[in-house]
Design a protein around this ligand. Structure first.
Ligand code: FMN
Ligand code: SF4
Ligand code: SF4
Length: 270
């Protein structure tokens, strides 16, 4: 089949998912690439219908082994007329658990044909200078693997008449999704001595939970603890701290320190 265009559809508070998808798209060699960035509150909810010859790259970070609830809600408007979809779960070097199963179910419900899945590692949202977790990922090697994956997908699709001929990829995880954990009421703090009330964190917040007054203030009810405001503050004024986050960081330091590599799930041409 001839892929007329590639459409990136993603939720990516700290940018790891977006960077991986951009490289997969580049690897396909398809010139027409469009983007549906569903990260911010003003994201569109009516996407129109993707054609049969439009390749969807559907990407999300892994939160507690699943796709973040807010991302699932924003992806809900996705529709395709039977075109191919590639599912990409981006995680912080712990595990993806059921995230690809969840993306696959979503793609099917939207009318897409899932043709491949992949997991890529990106710096963990809770990584810090003192306690790095997958710091600097995706790195050069990861991004080269992403481009190669794009080339593989293009070759794969080029060898069939329609995406419907392609057998479903065998994805890791359990299609019977486990429940989402409830985290304690907690938000990032703002250091009044460092915050200059520039408003950058407010612009980056996927849930619209920040208001900039004398300093940035956070509404606890909406915060998903994504750390976009922490990583995006050029003045180091925002931080995620407290016993809950400390425990997660310690656990990750002990259990998710060894480098994990991207994994591809597709049958491959021939
Ligand atoms: C609330 C929350 C839960 C997370 N859960 C996991 C997890 O279960 N496994 C994992 O490896 N990484 C986990 N991460 C790390 C993110 O998957 C990782 O940082 C990812 O790169 C974020 O994607 P983004 O840069 O596109 O926002 C979690 C991050 C957050 C904020
Ligand atoms: S980005 Fe940093 S300095 Fe700017 S308002 Fe937010 S916390 Fe304050
Ligand atoms: S306030 Fe919460 S939801 Fe908003 S960017 Fe910061 S961590 Fe993410």
């Amino acid at each position: 089949m001839n892929i007329r265009s590639v459409r990136l559809v993603y939720f990516s508070p700290t940018g790891g998912t977006r960077r991986v998808l951009e490289q997969i798209a580049a690897g396909t060699g398809v010139e027409r690439v469009t983007r549906l960035d569903l990260t911010l509150p003003g994201a569109p909810n009516d996407f129109g219908e993707a054609g049969e010859d439009e390749l969807l790259l559907l990407g999300a970070p892994v939160y507690a082994g699943r796709v973040p609830e807010i991302a699932m809600a924003r992806f809900a408007g996705l529709r395709s007329l039977g075109g191919p979809a590639v599912l990409v779960a981006v995680y912080g070097n712990r595990a993806i658990e059921d995230a690809l199963q969840e993306l696959s179910a979503l793609a099917r419900a939207a009318g897409c044909v899932p043709v491949a899945g992949a997991s890529f590692v990106a710096e963990h949202s809770y990584s810090t200078g003192k306690g790095p977790i997958a710091a600097g990922r995706p790195d050069r090697e990861d991004l080269e693997r992403a481009r190669e994956f794009g080339r593989e997908i293009a070759g794969y699709l080029g060898g069939v008449e329609s995406a419907r001929e392609i057998p479903a990829p065998e994805l890791p995880g359990n299609p019977e999704l486990k429940g989402r954990p409830v985290h304690p009421a907690l938000v990032p703090t703002t250091d009044p001595g460092l915050c200059i009330a520039c408003g950058a964190c407010e612009q980056l917040c996927p849930t619209g939970s920040i208001t900039t007054r004398e300093i940035s203030e956070t509404n606890e009810a909406g915060c998903i603890l994504c750390a976009a405001c922490v990583k995006g503050c050029a003045f180091g004024a925002r931080a995620l701290q407290g016993p809950f986050i400390k425990k997660i960081r310690e656990w990750l330091g002990e259990n998710a320190a060894g480098r994990r590599e991207p994994e591809i799930f597709m049958h491959g041409p021939g």
